[in-house]
Design a binder for this molecule. Structure first.
Ligand SMILES: Cc1ncc(COP(=O)(O)O)c(C=O)c1O
Length: 494
């Protein structure tokens, strides 16, 4: 083992190394000295090598563990930072400290007046946190939690379970800060998010059929490897970090009347509620959830975090069965209203944001705006409303499918069945009528054998694109005036 340059004796890093070394084998990186040209370089190189060495050590240890076969006892699942018996309410000071610490490491994203203001009758401002490097607000809490670790914990590393945005944020900032990170992601995690985490050099385990299983594995591993577990929606430092978004909003937008917050485990809601109400108690705080995982709503009704089955939803980032105990303790007295949004409106919100705002936003991040589109917040008419667009990580293939569904829900993609004569020229006449109404044919098929009536008729089935639901209605009337049998698939229009 090479000896360490005397100049390093005063550096924190040496101290960290020695603390960890007492409990676990770790070789001193010899490259630290040779590559460095100044004390700063030496320190940076030493950190880098220490980090890589530690990652190798953790990889090796994990490779010896059969994760699926681990015996998990109730004690293993206890997280002392999220103790239901002793929930922690975060304070404004925690958030202002977090803002100070993460400055420069996380973007202060734009909060701009929306094109949708006239459409909704509200003055809408979008806080564009999908523009963070990893595509979500989760970087705020992740960076603050990592920066708040003790020297020894920084060297040892941390572990978390997450299906996506928290994992990406932790892996990315772990790499930036040279803190080893292990994430356990459930098998349902979007492939893009898993491969992003890998690209940040973290140890990524894809284990567990759902978030609960992944979390159990991660908690057990945290005990076995003596690593701190960082809950992505309930660790107090995560809540404080997420609250920094409200400080930026209030600094940028004067006289905010309301903030509509997409809510899953409640970390973002808690952070925003504590910060905003401290600065101006008149600001309304509204929690927006998918109706397929309305955990915060149910918890508010029951007065305590309450298990709520999370069904599959477009807002996958919000699918948390039990809201955080600290999140609930911090937020429940500050939240003015909880709304549960239908899937259809989440899809339409994604579509509107893409078309009118030129913003790619994932389902969870679009949930606040979806609540407004669904008409769940009429009391905000004429008010200044801020909506965090807090994540943009949506798989391209899913985006395609969502947009199609949204076009249907919006009444712009319609399906028709019309029985026409099979005389030569009938189909051409039918198509001409469609085009005279400004509709465009996306798909068309002919059906003859299964018709029970007139042998000289055929059924045409078509998928058409129209400008809006009003045009769809007009087309239906024109078709009915010419053909006897017209069936239209239901079309929405919002
Ligand atoms: C894009 C997005 N928005 C909102 C949330 C909800 O955050 P929280 O779990 O802190 O309530 C999440 C959670 O992962 C998310 O990914």
């Amino acid at each position: 083992m090479d000896s360490i340059n005397l100049e390093l004796n005063n550096l924190d890093i040496k101290e960290q190394f020695i603390n960890v070394k007492k409990s676990e084998p770790l070789s001193i990186p010899t490259t630290a000295k040779s590559a460095a040209s100044s004390i700063e370089d030496l320190n940076a190189d030493f950190r880098e090598n220490l980090y890589l060495d530690r990652m190798n050590y953790l990889r090796e240890e994990i490779s010896k563990i059969n994760v699926k076969e681990m015996e998990i006892n109730p004690d293993d699942l206890f997280d002392k930072f999220c103790d239901p018996e002793n929930p922690v309410s975060i304070k404004f000071n925690d958030i202002s400290a977090a803002a100070y610490r993460i400055k420069g490491g996380v973007e202060n994203t734009p909060c701009t007046r929306s094109h949708m203001s006239d459409l909704t009758g509200m003055e809408i401002f979008f806080k564009k946190d999908f523009l963070q490097y990893t595509g979500s607000f989760k970087e705020r809490g992740a960076r603050f939690a990592l920066l708040s670790l003790s020297k020894e914990q920084r060297t040892k590393g941390v572990i978390a379970a997450s299906a996506g945005n928290h994992a990406q944020a932790l892996c990315y900032h772990g790499k930036m800060l040279k803190i080893p990170v292990i994430v356990v992601m459930p098998k349902i995690a979007p492939i893009m998010k898993v491969s992003n985490c890998r690209s940040y050099g973290a140890i990524v385990l894809v284990e567990g059929t759902n978030m609960s299983e992944a979390k159990n594995y991660a908690l057990k591993l945290s005990k076995m490897l003596n690593l701190m577990y960082i809950n992505g929606y309930d660790h107090p430092n995560i809540l404080a970090g997420q609250g920094t978004m409200a400080l930026e909003i209030i600094e940028e937008i004067p006289n905010v009347d309301a903030i509509v917050v997409p809510t899953g485990g409640g970390g973002l809601l808690a952070g925003i509620a504590v910060a905003a109400k401290y600065m101006n108690p008149d600001i309304m705080i509204i929690a927006a959830e998918s109706e397929r995982c309305a955990g915060f709503y149910n918890s508010m009704i029951n007065g305590k975090p309450t298990f709520t089955k999370a069904e599959s939803t477009l807002a996958d980032g919000l699918a948390v069965p039990v809201v955080g105990v600290n999140s609930f303790a911090s937020a429940h007295k500050l939240v003015d209203k909880c709304v549960c949004v239908q899937e259809e409106f989440i899809a339409i919100a994604i579509l509107r944001l893409l078309e009118l705002e030129k913003a790619v936003v994932e389902g969870a991040g679009a949930c606040g705006f979806a609540a407004i589109l669904q008409g769940l917040l009429p009391e905000l008419k004429g008010k200044r409303v801020v909506i965090p667009l807090c994540g943009g990580n949506i798989d391209t293939s899913i985006l395609g499918r969502v947009l199609e569904r949204a076009l249907v829900a919006d009444g712009r993609l319609i399906k028709i069945w019309v029985t026409i004569s099979d005389r030569p020229g009938s189909l051409a006449e039918f198509c001409k009528l469609i085009s005279s109404q400004g509709a465009s044919i996306k798909d068309i098929a002919h059906e003859r054998a299964w018709l029970k009536n007139d042998i000289f008729s055929v059924q045409v089935q078509g998928v058409l694109e129209v400008e809006n639901s009003e045009k769809a209605r007009e087309l239906e009337m024109v078709l009915r005036s010419k053909y006897e049998k017209v069936v239209m698939g239901s079309y929405g229009g919002h």
